[in-house]
Ligand binder design. Structure first.
Ligand SMILES: Nc1nc2c(c(=O)[nH]1)N[C@H]1C(S)=C(S)[C@@H](COP(=O)(O)O)O[C@H]1N2
Ligand SMILES: [Mo]
Length: 212
């Protein structure tokens, strides 16, 4: 027990000096589950994923169609506003910039913000620049396996920090919506569920933008 705690302190110290552990955060090796409301059931026959708003063509994909999209692997450090951080998490899924590059998705110039729409009406909003950045993924897999139900199966937004990529904007984990069903591209920003409840809209982990 004591050895485990002292190991954790020495890895926290190493990560802080490597600029990977943001202020006010502690390491965990578990994967905590955080959300409001019940875990939704998945029915492949009814599930769809929609893209709408400031786009050239709105889209609606079935689960089978979503699984045909080009895939990307991504390693992220996750930082939760409730002060846990989990490093080196391995994700796989669909990257929005790839969809644009391959002509699957075409945005209108007016698109500046993205709202993630999830089951049960949960929403979270991000700037377009973050939605297209290397550290945001529409994830179907965690650690080589399909997502666990409580972590968002079958699809979630996920965002975090990439080691050595200080050029990216890093935000708290709530900016990734679990049980994702649609992306709405918008000209104007619109606060999501936790943002309306008092969480900071920008959510920068290095500036500790936790609450507004
Ligand atoms: N649909 C949905 N997604 C959500 C939330 C939620 O309440 N509903 N909570 C967010 C919050 S506050 C956090 S910290 C992360 C937690 O993800 P995890 O449970 O996989 O750790 O999910 C985010 N995505
Ligand atoms: Mo959270």
């Amino acid at each position: 027990m004591f050895q485990r705690i002292s190991d954790r302190f020495s890895s926290e110290k190493a990560l802080r000096s490597a600029d990977r552990l943001p202020p006010g955060q502690s390491l965990t090796t578990r994967f905590p589950v955080l959300h409001y409301g019940p875990v939704p059931a998945f029915d492949a026959k009814k599930w769809d994923f929609r893209i709408y708003g400031e786009v050239e063509r709105e889209a609606r994909w079935t689960w089978a169609e979503f699984n045909q999209l080009p895939r990307t692997k991504l390693t992220l450090d996750l930082h939760c506003v409730t002060r846990w951080s989990k490093m080196d998490t391995a994700w796989e899924g669909v990257h929005l910039r790839t969809l644009i590059e391959q002509g699957v998705l075409a945005l209108k110039p007016a698109a500046k913000f993205v709202v993630q729409h999830c089951e049960h009406g949960f929403t979270t909003n991000i700037p377009l620049a973050l939605a297209l950045a290397d550290n945001f993924l529409l994830a179907t897999h965690y650690d080589g396996k399909p997502l666990d139900a409580e972590h968002g199966y079958p699809l979630r937004g996920v965002t975090g920090a990439i080691a050595e990529r200080s050029d990216l904007k890093d935000v708290y984990l709530w900016k990734g919506g679990k049980w994702l069903r649609a992306l709405e591209f918008r000209a104007k920003d619109q606060l999501g569920f936790w943002e309306q409840a008092g969480y900071h809209n920008e959510a920068d982990i290095w500036g500790e933008q936790r609450f507004s």
